[in-house]
Design a protein around this ligand. Structure first.
Ligand code: PEP
Ligand code: MN
Length: 354
């Protein structure tokens, strides 16, 4: 099933990558405001912070909840940045709308649960707010698409997918395995759905953020969601994978952005023409060799030598002159015809010795 989508209409719409940055969690008003000011100074347009934190085990910091929402509102008022946070329950949606959060995202643990997704979809019916859906923790593309379909069927047309990697027992390199083929297949199936990479939750370590961002860009992702904290080592959650706004700015400044879409679309038709011309050249070459073999047969019957130097010189001369007229370097044409002649001689020798 196709998703019915509309452009996101965000301040960063025309930028690639569009960057969403901010701390894993909104810890204190001061931490939120300091981080937001620093990110805004670096030109960031969208601020993220977790207000409700899904923790694997009880007893950890589970977010400040509603208390943190006025801080997000203050970020928007002071810096002009758009704000984004994670929602997992209908009451989260309601509160985010009350405090004017601009973008809601659904986390990986929630998108794996169709009951929770349907509850969120029902809470979003009749509301116009962009919703970004992270991949489910398990590598199941259908589950990911299903989660997005539920939201879309509730009338949400401004959507994006966030790739944050997939849980696995093996944590040697990545916290969550990237398994790039899955977001790539999603992109192939729903090409107009913007796709964002979250290198922080894939890598789990700050050293991996730069290479993962670059890989996402090389694969044609539209945006990046990166965890950034004014004092990462002291973060209350995900300390190892957060970077300061300064470091993030440096990482982004080193990215090489190749415009995959424009180039391939633009040259696709020309490449088809090249394929067609190459086919024609191969056909002509094969016809030429057939005629050469017939000549070989004639030479055999009339006891003539295969190599006739006059004829060879005549060919090189004539083709050289033709080349200049055709916009091809005569030397290049001479090379090509030397090679063709060599192959013709080889085939005729075969015929004579049969
Ligand atoms: C997060 O973005 O802070 C988060 C909890 O992410 P995920 O749902 O990808 O684990
Ligand atoms: Mn986090």
């Amino acid at each position: 099933m196709e998703l019915e989508l509309e452009p996101l209409h965000l301040p960063s719409d025309n930028e690639r990558p569009f960057v969403i940055a901010g701390p894993c969690s909104a810890e204190t008003e001061e931490q939120v405001m300091t981080t937001a000011r620093q990110l805004s100074e670096k030109g960031c347009h969208m601020f993220r912070a977790g207000v409700w934190k899904p923790r694997t085990k009880p007893g950890g910091f589970e977010g400040n909840g509603e208390k943190a929402l006025p801080w997000m509102k203050a970020v928007k008022e002071e810096t002009g940045m758009f704000t984004a946070t994670e929602v997992a329950k209908p009451e989260h949606v309601e509160l985010c709308l009350k405090y004017g959060i601009d973008v809601l995202w659904v986390g990986a643990r929630t998108s794996a649960n169709p009951f929770a997704m349907q509850d969120l979809a029902d809470a979003l019916r009749g509301v116009d707010v962009p919703v970004f859906v992270k991949n489910p923790v398990n590598p199941d593309l259908e589950l990911w698409i299903g989660a997005m379909e539920r939201i879309n069927q509730a009338g949400i047309k401004r959507m994006a997918a966030i790739h944050r990697g997939f849980s696995s027992f093996d944590k040697k390199i990545y916290r969550n395995l990237p398994m790039w083929q899955i977001p790539m297949e999603l992109h192939r199936r729903i090409p107009n759905l913007p796709i964002i990479c979250d290198p922080s939750h894939i890598g789990g370590r700050r050293e991996l953020i730069a290479p993962l961002c670059q890989q996402a860009m090389d694969l044609g992702f539209d945006g990046l969601l990166v965890e950034s904290h004014c004092n990462p080592d002291e973060a209350w959650s995900d300390a190892k994978q957060q970077v300061t706004p300064d470091v993030l700015d440096y990482i982004l400044s080193l990215l090489v952005i190749r415009d995959e879409k424009v180039t391939t679309e633009g040259i696709q038709q020309l490449r088809r023409q090249i394929d067609e011309l190459d086919n024609q050249m191969m056909e002509v070459l094969s016809k030429r060799m057939r005629v050469c073999r017939e000549i070989g047969q004639y030479k055999k019957e009339h006891n003539m030598t295969v190599f006739q130097s006059n004829r060879y010189n005549e060919i090189l001369e004539k083709r050289g002159a033709q080349a200049s007229v055709c916009g091809v370097d005569p030397e290049c044409a001479a090379h090509i015809f030397e090679l063709i002649h060599q192959e013709s001689v080889r085939q005729q020798i075969e015929i004579i010795n049969q």
